[in-house]
Design a protein around this ligand. Sequence first.
Ligand SMILES: [Zn+2]
Ligand SMILES: [Zn+2]
Length: 321
Amino acid sequence: MIGRLIRLGAAALALSSSLVWAGDFKVSLLGSGVPNPRPDRYSQSTLVEAGSQRLVFDIGRGVTIRLWQLKIPLGSINAHFLTHYHSDHTVGLPDLWLTGWLQPNYGGRKTPFVLYGPTGVRKLAEGLEQAYADDIKIRIADEHNPPQGVAFDVHEFKAPAVLYERDGVKVSAFVVDHGEDIKPAVGYKIQYKGRSVVISGDTRFSEEVIKQATGADLLIHEVAVIDPDLLKRSPSFQRIFGHHTSPEEAGTVFTRAAPKLAVYSHIARYGDAKTPPPSDADIVAQTRKTYAGPLVVGADLMQFDIGEGGAVAVLPPAYNN
Ligand SMILES: [Zn+2]
Ligand SMILES: [Zn+2]
């Protein structure tokens, strides 16, 4: 694969004319946005490929489309993990579950859909089975789809917990702080062959994220930005922003945890008729008040290769199209 590569070593950033994936530990942003129905930023979802395992964290809008843009069959995901129950993190679940069960090459699942989530995931899965009972019945009778491929294999947990250990890949969940009324809410840490990726989930400034991400190769963190004057005059924006992390706060998290690379995903930015939403450059400038290390503003289909020896390569999304 040829393309512009941003290679981030300890603190250096260099450009290379060709890309050689280390290949055994890779992260793809499937959705880097929030509930805003934008075609360029679907809502939250992240694919982690480590060794033999394909894992999806959060299942937001458009997840099936992004996976198939990467030529990954929907039915080939080994396990799925939810951080919390805001709809921008779960609204793609019925699509991934049911479309992945169809038997053309984009689907193909013949074994149960493995779903991990904090308390509430069982209710969600049971509700979907009820909502789609007629579709399931029809496709078994008419298309002879394998019945076990549409079953849920639900793992409901209370964080902190080690959830998954398979072929050297370990996934653990930790508690984050998304606000008093938004519980449970967790983040995830994925470890493979001495390397690690941490996903903050939706959270305010969190000491636990700092603890989990200290020494991590890649920290994927949420962020929320708004013009301070607009925030002052809008009680509803104040409520939303009270549940998230500002760029300055995220910069403090990055400085203290010192991951090899910090990446923003779940980028919440708001404006109104008078005030444009902040740009990527605004987000970076605000983060730079508290953090001087390697930083990328994520985009849908951006990919990260977690190499051995502390190198994280970034493949910009344009090269996937
Ligand atoms: Zn949320
Ligand atoms: Zn969210």
